[in-house]
Design a protein around this ligand. Structure first.
Ligand SMILES: *[C@@H]1O[C@H](CO)[C@@H](O)[C@H](O)[C@H]1NC(C)=O
Ligand SMILES: *[C@@H]1O[C@H](CO)[C@@H](O)[C@H](O)[C@H]1NC(C)=O
Ligand SMILES: *[C@@H]1O[C@H](CO)[C@@H](O)[C@H](O)[C@H]1NC(C)=O
Ligand SMILES: *[C@@H]1O[C@H](CO)[C@@H](O)[C@H](O)[C@H]1NC(C)=O
Length: 461
């Protein structure tokens, strides 16, 4: 997701109050902002280019419920943030990591606070957050010219970083790997998955990456189809009228036209016009979730990571000014925005397993937007997938969303969530990723396949 960074007044107030504590408080130091138990298992830099020294920043959290006998079988989940150019520390510290940053009011001053995430993704799996591509977050790009301009370059760097990561610990070698991410990672995740499977085929077993699947949340993957869905989506929710729908459709057609012509820069600009117009028409706090009264507060991650002691604790370069999203990386990848990654998902669904999930209330990369290209997938299972029953998914007796699955393709709609699914529905997002990786519940191997006895029962229409 895109957001601009600013050292918020909250943080300045927080720092100011440390120096002007009233006497009755100065004797007891404030609680540490970063409790020891919140520290990552490992973090620091993974070199992507030995010649230039460019490197990716990572933070790794081992599975909470693993032990020395089971750890070599414990899957590794790699998380990539979108943008393009946004830091995966948003995912770590605001979405699915074990601790999340929030702010609270004490003596009329806002303080940053870390709280335990009730549904972290590292309960059963090790989770690695990678600041990708280089130039993003704490990652270091030795020169601007080395920052990737397309998904092939992104994938090459991710492969190099993963090789370095696997070499950090002998237990990592055998563990299955799942690439996951959100939003613009709808490009990165297929790109590294595709690249890894192709490269694996040319390597001896011991040099391969053990990639078993990919998961994309509220992704941008096949923009030409996705950009054409905003008008009807907003219209049928009741957010715009027919006249506005037609105006928006005209803007969408322009974006589609530029994309078809391969006029990438104009296509990206045309898509921005669609989203800006939708924003203007609806006046919403954010298109990432049409119910929200205030935008997601992911800027708090920037406030936290610009504190010197926190940088030190993460092993990040202490002279760097951390930004949640890099404008430079976004600009360098701007001609990539409207290019499709669909063919890479098609390769992955044939050779591994794929999960596409969306928070239901996202107006940018939501359910309708994703279904628009899923039905176009060139794969022998597409028709069977489209015929498969969309099942009601419940967690602890309550509707958590809907699951449609056939073979290696799963589609999940997460209720009560917007663009940042784990932020909005921590426990349900955890249940989803665990069941999907472990082939349990509605993701069990035989679910959704036609020979299942109950599958045809209600097909009377
Ligand atoms: C490393 O960077 C140099 C200089 O930009 C480039 O020539 C080389 O191909 C890069 N190597 C890798 C492995 O990306
Ligand atoms: C380690 O984990 C495995 C698999 O979950 C379990 O069977 C075993 O009992 C655990 N061992 C210990 C010492 O907790
Ligand atoms: C893209 O479209 C614009 C507007 O029609 C045009 O001026 C420009 O020359 C086109 N660029 C390319 C590279 O085709
Ligand atoms: C840390 O970042 C600064 C500013 O980007 C850079 O000049 C310096 O070389 C980096 N230090 C290391 C050890 O990478």
């Amino acid at each position: 997701m895109k957001s601009t960074f600013s050292i918020s007044s909250k943080l300045l107030l927080f720092l100011a109050v440390l120096h002007h504590l009233p006497p009755e408080y100065s004797s007891s130091p404030p609680p540490p902002i970063f409790p020891k138990e919140a520290q990552p298992t490992k973090s620091g830099y993974l070199t992507v280019n030995q010649t230039t020294g460019s490197s990716m920043f990572y933070a790794f959290y081992e599975a909470q419920e693993s032990n020395s006998t089971s750890v070599s079988n414990t899957p590794l989940v790699i998380w990539l943030q979108g943008g393009p150019g946004c830091s995966s520390m948003i995912g770590n510290l605001y979405e699915l990591g074990p601790w999340r940053v929030s702010s609270s009011l004490r003596q009329n001053v806002e303080h940053l606070e870390l709280k335990k995430n009730p549904g972290p993704w590292n309960r059963l799996f090790g989770v690695v957050f990678l600041d990708n591509p280089i130039g993003t977050g704490f990652s270091i790009a030795a020169s601007e010219s080395e920052i990737p301009r397309n998904q092939h370059e992104v994938a090459k760097h991710l492969w190099n970083a993963m090789e370095e990561f696997i070499a950090l610990d002998s237990s990592f070698k055998t563990r299955s790997i799942y690439f996951t991410g959100e939003s613009y990672a709808g490009k990165y995740v297929p790109a590294i998955g595709y690249y890894a499977l192709k490269r694996n085929a040319q390597l001896p077993k011991e040099m391969q990456l053990n990639v078993q699947g990919v998961a994309i949340g509220n992704g941008l993957t096949h923009p030409i189809a996705q950009v054409a869905t905003h008008a009807i989506n907003a219209y049928y929710i009741g957010l715009i009228n027919e006249k506005q729908k037609n105006l928006l459709k005209n803007l969408q057609e322009k974006a589609v036209g530029f994309t078809k012509a391969g006029n990438w820069s104009d296509a990206t600009i045309a898509r921005s016009k669609v989203l800006n117009e939708l924003q203007k028409m609806t006046g919403l706090a954010t298109l990432y979730d049409y119910r929200r009264l205030i935008p997601y507060e992911d800027d708090l991650v920037g406030d936290l990571l610009n504190i010197d002691e926190v940088k030190k604790l993460f092993g990040a370069n202490e002279t760097m000014k951390y930004a949640t999203c890099s404008g430079l990386v976004g600009e360098i990848l701007s001609d990539d925005v409207m290019k499709s990654a669909k063919y890479m998902v098609e390769y992955l669904v044939k050779n591994s397993k794929v999960l596409l999930y969306q928070g239901q209330n996202d107006l940018r990369d939501g359910v309708v937007s994703t279904e628009a290209w899923m039905k176009m997938m060139k794969w022998e299972g597409t028709e069977k997938f489209l015929e498969a029953e969309r099942k009601v998914w419940k967690v602890k007796g309550f509707v958590a969303g809907y699951v449609q699955k056939w073979g290696s393709l799963s589609h999940v709609i997460v209720s009560n969530a917007g663009h940042l699914v784990p932020t909005d529905e921590a426990l349900n997002s955890q249940a989803m990723i665990e069941d999907w990786i472990l082939d349990k519940g509605l993701f069990a191997q035989d679910q959704g396949i036609m020979r299942h006895p109950s599958a045809n029962r209600f097909k009377g229409f």
